[in-house]
Write a protein that binds this ligand. Structure first.
Ligand code: BGC
Length: 466
C-alpha cells in the first residue's frame, strides 16, 4: 500500500501550548452532606432501592479540601497542564438569593491551588445537578431558572475573574434525553413538551453565560461540553442508511452544537464511544435495553457495535477511529475549535486504559494534522468517583479510589498519559511496547494504522457557510 504509515518510525508531535488535562465534576467527587441539597441528593435519598450509594461508601470526599489538593497534586506529577472542575450551584446558592460564602471560599481555594501548580483551570458552571429548591419549581423546564442561572453566573464571574476557560453547561443533550425523555435522571420525566422547554432554556442559559463571560473579558473562552457519540452507516453505499446515520447524530448531539454555535468560542466534546447503524430489518433492535433501570447502551433502531472493538465496563465499544470521524466532520461543519472536555473509560483493573488513551490521542493528533483546531484534551476522570446511576461501581479514574477506605492508588496507565503530556508527543511504538498488554498490541497497531491512513468520507447533513 502506497500510503502505509510505518508505525515504527512514527513520532506524533503536539503543539507546545496544547492543553493536556483531566476532569472532575463537583457532585461526583464531593461526599453527600446535609449542607448540599441538589436534585440528585434528593433523588438518591428518596430511592434507596436503587442502591446508588452503598453502605459505608464515601468516595473521594473532595469537599474536604486536603483530599482535593492531594489528588490534584498527585495527577500533577503526570505533567499535565490543565484541570477541569465544576462548581456546585446548590452549595453557592443553598436557597434563593442567598450566597453561601463558605462554599465560594472552598471553590476559590481549589482554583487557587490548581493555579499554584501552574495548571490552567477550566470551570464548569453546571454539571447535571441543580439546587433542589430550583428543581421543586420545575427545574430547567421553568423559564424562571434563567434569572437564577444568570445571578449564579454573575457571582462566579465576580469571584473567579481570573478563570479564562468556562463551560457554561455540561451535556445539555444527555440531560434532556435521560432526564426528560427516558426518565432515568432527575427530574425523571417522560415528557416531550417539558423536554423541549428545558432544551430551550438550557440554550438560552448558555447564551446568557456566554455574553456575561465575554463582557467580563473578551479574551475569555466559553463553550458547552456536549455529549457526543458518533455513528456510521453499516453500509456506506446505501443512501437511506447514510441519511439515517446523520439524522441520529442530529437528534443525539449535533442539533445542540448547531443551536449554540453563535454563542460559543469552542465546541466542548465529551467523546466516549460510537456505533454502526444498520437498517437491515432483521437486525433492528426495537427494545430499549433498560436492565435494572440503568442507562441503556443500545436502544436505537439497528444500532450495532463495531465487531472487533474492545468493550469497556460500561458496555461501550472502544472506537478511536469513530473519534477521528467525529472530529473531522464537526470541524468540516463549523470550523470552530473543538476542546476535548472528556474522554475516557470505566476500567477498574486498568485492562484497556492504556490502549484507549493512546489510540484516542492518535485520533486527536491525526485530526490536528489535517487542520482540525483542537486546543486541548481532558481525560475523564482524574480519579474514580460517583458515576451517576452506577454509583461507585464504574471506575474512570487515573487514580483508583476505594470508596470506603478512601485509599488512593495511581493506575499504571496514568504513566502512559504522563509520557505523552510531558514530551508533548506520541512515540507510538515505544508506548505500545511499554504500556499495551501483549495480547492487545496487534489490535493497537491495526487501529492506529487505520487512523493514521484514514481519509474520512462520512457524509455530512448540514454545512455552515464559510
Ligand atoms: C459526564 C460525566 C460522566 C461521564 C462518564 C459524561 O456523560 O459528563 O459526568 O461521569 O460521562 O459516563
Amino acid at each position: 500500500m502506497d500510503n502505509e504509515v510505518k508505525i515504527k518510525d512514527e513520532i506524533l508531535k503536539f503543539p507546545k501550548d496544547f492543553l493536556f488535562g483531566t476532569a472532575t465534576a463537583s457532585f461526583q467527587v464531593e461526599k453527600q452532606d446535609p449542607e448540599r441539597s441538589t436534585d440528585w441528593d434528593t433523588f438518591i435519598n428518596d430511592h434507596p432501592e436503587k442502591g446508588i450509594i452503598k453502605d459505608g461508601e464515601i468516595g473521594p470526599d473532595w469537599y474536604k479540601i486536603t483530599n482535593a489538593k492531594n489528588d490534584i497534586k498527585s495527577v500533577t506529577t503526570l505533567s499535565i497542564n490543565s484541570f477541569r472542575i465544576s462548581i456546585e450551584w446548590a452549595r453557592v446558592y443553598p436557597s434563593e438569593g442567598n450566597i453561601n460564602e463558605d462554599a465560594i471560599l472552598y471553590y476559590r481555594k481549589l482554583v487557587d491551588y490548581i493555579q499554584s501548580l501552574h495548571l490552567t483551570p477550566v470551570l464548569t458552571i453546571q454539571h447535571f445537578t441543580i439546587p433542589d429548591w430550583i428543581a421543586k419549581e420545575g427545574g430547567w423546564s421553568n423559564g424562571k431558572i434563567l434569572g437564577w442561572y444568570e445571578e449564579y453566573t454573575k457571582t462566579l464571574l465576580k469571584f473567579f475573574p481570573d478563570v479564562k476557560i468556562w463551560i457554561t453547561i455540561n451535556e445539555p443533550n444527555l440531560l434532556i434525553q435521560l432526564g426528560y425523555f427516558a426518565g432515568l435522571f432527575p427530574p425523571n420525566r417522560h415528557n416531550p413538551i417539558a423536554a423541549l422547554l428545558a432544551r430551550r432554556n438550557m440554550l438560552k442559559a448558555n447564551k446568557i453565560a456566554y455574553e456575561l463571560i465575554k463582557t467580563k473579558d473578551k479574551d475569555n473562552l466559553s463553550g458547552i461540553a456536549h455529549s457526543v457519540r458518533w455513528y456510521r452507516p453499516e453500509k456506506a453505499d446505501v443512501i437511506g442508511e447514510k441519511l439515517y446515520t446523520r439524522l441520529v447524530d442530529w437528534f443525539d448531539s449535533t442539533n445542540y452544537i448547531e443551536a449554540s454555535n453563535k454563542y460559543a468560542d469552542f465546541i466542548g466534546a465529551n467523546f466516549y464511544t460510537g456505533y454502526y447503524l444498520d437498517l437491515n430489518p432483521r437486525k433492528i433492535k426495537m427494545k430499549m435495553r433498560t436492565d435494572a433501570d440503568i442507562v441503556p447502551d443500545t436502544f436505537l433502531f439497528g444500532q450495532t457495535k463495531k465487531p472487533d472493538a474492545y468493550v469497556t465496563e460500561m458496555g461501550w465499544p472502544i472506537v478511536p477511529d469513530f473519534f477521528f470521524s467525529f472530529l473531522k466532520n464537526i470541524w468540516g461543519s463549523y470550523h470552530k475549535p473543538i476542546l476535548i472536555t472528556e474522554n475516557g473509560l470505566a476500567d477498574k483493573d486498568d485492562k484497556y486504559r492504556a490502549f484507549y488513551v493512546l489510540t484516542h490521542l492518535v485520533a486527536v493528533w491525526k485530526a490536528m494534522s489535517t487542520g482540525v483546531n483542537i486546543p486541548g484534551y481532558m481525560y475523564w476522570s482524574a480519579l474514580d468517583n460517583l458515576e451517576w446511576l452506577f454509583g461507585f461501581s464504574k471506575n474512570f479514574g487515573l487514580i483508583d479510589v476505594d470508596p470506603r477506605t478512601e485509599k488512593r492508588t495511581l493506575r499504571k496507565s496514568a504513566h502512559l498519559y504522563e509520557e505523552i503530556a510531558k514530551s508533548k508527543e506520541i512515540n507510538v511504538e515505544m508506548l505500545i511496547k511499554k504500556y499495551i498488554p501483549k495480547d492487545q498490541e496487534a489490535a493497537a497497531r491495526k487501529v492506529i494504522q487505520e487512523i493514521l491512513t484514514a481519509t474520512d468520507h462520512t457524509p455530512r447533513l448540514h454545512y455552515t457557510k464559510d
